[in-house]
Each structure stands twice: as C-alpha cells, then as structure tokens.
Design a protein around this ligand. Sequence first.
Ligand code: PEP
Ligand code: MN
Length: 341
Amino acid sequence: MIIVTKKGVTQDQLDHIRERIESLGLRTHMSRGESRTVIGCLGDESLLEHVPLLSIPGVEAVHQVLKPYKLASREFSPEPTEVPLGDTAIGGNELVVIAGPCSVEPGDMLSSTARHIRAAGARALRGGAFKPRSSPYSFQGMAEDGLKMLADVRSETGLPIVTEVMDTRQVDLVASYADVLQIGARNMQNFSLLTEVGRLRRPVLLKRGMSATLKDLLLAAEYIMSQGNSDVILCERGIRTFTTETRNTFDLAAIPVLKRETHLPVIADPSHAGGRRHLVAPLSYAAIAAGADGLIVEVHPDPETATSDGDQSLDFAEFDAFMDGLRPFVVAVKRGLAARA
Ligand code: PEP
Ligand code: MN
C-alpha cells in the first residue's frame, strides 16, 4: 500500500500517519518530495484493508499494490488450475467445447442434442432448467423436471451436465443433479449465491456480468474460492455497450487479460456475446487465438422453435461444420480438440 500525502503536509501529520500505520503492525518507508511525501507501507497489506486511511489528516490518496483478489490471482498459484469435467478437464491442453440448448425443453430434444454434440466432439452438455429471463412473461424453464431430464441424458450419454442455479434456495437441488453449476451473468454479483456455491465441492461456471469489470469478475470468483471451492471456470459472454448490431459486445481482450491475472480457466460464450448464429464461429476462432480454454455454445435441433435464444443457436449440421472449422485454429495454438466419433 502506498500513501500519498497532501501538499504542504506538516511534520506532525507525517508522524501521526507513520505511528498509525506502525501501530497496525506494518513498517513504513518515507520518500520526501518537494511538497508531498510518499509513504510505502510494508508488510501484510490485509491489516489495512478496513482502515479508513483517507480520513487521516494529511492523506491525499491511497494506492493498493497487491491485487484485491488473492486466491484467484496468478501470484498465489502460478500453475494453471485444471477444473475436472467428466473424462477431461478445463484449463489443460485440450480446448473443451460445452454445447446444448439454452433451455431444457420437453420431448426428446435434449437427448438427440446430447447424442449429436457428443459425436461431434463436445465434452459436456449445457441446458438451463431455471432460466433468468429479462421478462417475467418469458419461458422460465422446466425447473426440477428439466434437471431430471438432464440427469437421464447424462446416464444415457455419459456427458457431464452444466446447468444454471439462480437462487440460494435452489443450490442443494441443482447440485444434486449438476456436474457444473452455472452462475449467470445477471447473478455474478449475487454474493449470497456465490457464497453458497463456494461451500460445495462442485465446479462452478461463473459468467461475467453484463456491466462487470474484470476486477469485479475476479472478486466474484474470490467469493466462491474463499469458501473453499477452487474449481471455478470464468466465462466471457459479452458486455453491454452502445453497439446495437450484436446482442452484446464480445470483449476479446478480456481473455488474455484474465489469463495473465488468474490461474483459473477462462472460456468464451460466443452465442450470448454475438446473439446471432453467424457470429458463433468467427467469435470462437478469435477466442481460441486469444487463449480461451474452452467454448460454451448453444445448439438446438430446430432453432426456429426454441423456447429461448433460437436466433443464436446452431442446428446439428451447423454445429458439425462449426466443430470442423475450429480444428485449424486449435492446431495453430498447439492445443487438442476431442475427435469426432
Ligand atoms: C445462458 O447461458 O443461457 C444464459 C442465460 O447466459 P447469461 O447468464 O450469460 O446471459
Ligand atoms: Mn441462452
């Protein structure tokens, strides 16, 4: 922590600042300028976390040197974290593709989608049973019936399932079915929910909030990790900007920035970022080049009839072509991709 004093700070004020910091258990290092003094505080910065330093007379500004997130930071764990997912892991050499419908729907669509995506090389099935819809009049998901369908399809295909949990009251229920719990963009700063999933020993897919900075995202991950669950997968899914031609704005640079800041795996969601099916492939190529560890993509047997997000969902033939199109990019970054069955 670095404290910069006000112009014309008095010696009494400097002595008081130094005594205050030292009384909290840190050492100080003074660097006197013409009119200001810079005070370096050496030692355990966390001791200063809740001290209102700006209210000490003579203090102009306080700069944090260490990252506010600790467990999620690269410094804390220089080796990349690999989060287990079925027969593979996210964060290792393999580029892992998770695919499936936006929402679980009645009938055999889930089973047919799972069989299809698995044959094409996807490693996990996504599908929402609890849906965070912007309008209360839109389809809200099949709830526990949808979770049961996901579990049945897992038994049939062996694919692990990724599904969203929206509320602390649903955590135990969703965790009794899901292999990975998804926290949606709208819930990224639902701190009670983050704390609850942090108590589980189950991987969490944490999607970036629409207006969240990367620091906000990493602090949300830190909430989960601070409870003892370090299997967190971060997901860039586009943010809100003034652009209207795409559903969101895909923040490509977020991927290399996050890869540098954290040891946690980072995946991209080109479906929600672009909002149109023709954008899914190009955004995915870019994400792979930028260092993404995986992709989560919406696939529906008949997008025209999808209960949610049909415009951005690939049909089966499009998904096959999509997977084939990824291969040269995966090779270029020296990673692997599961083979087509
Ligand atoms: C979803 O994955 O279908 C979803 C609702 O995503 P997000 O939370 O990123 O909007
Ligand atoms: Mn969706």
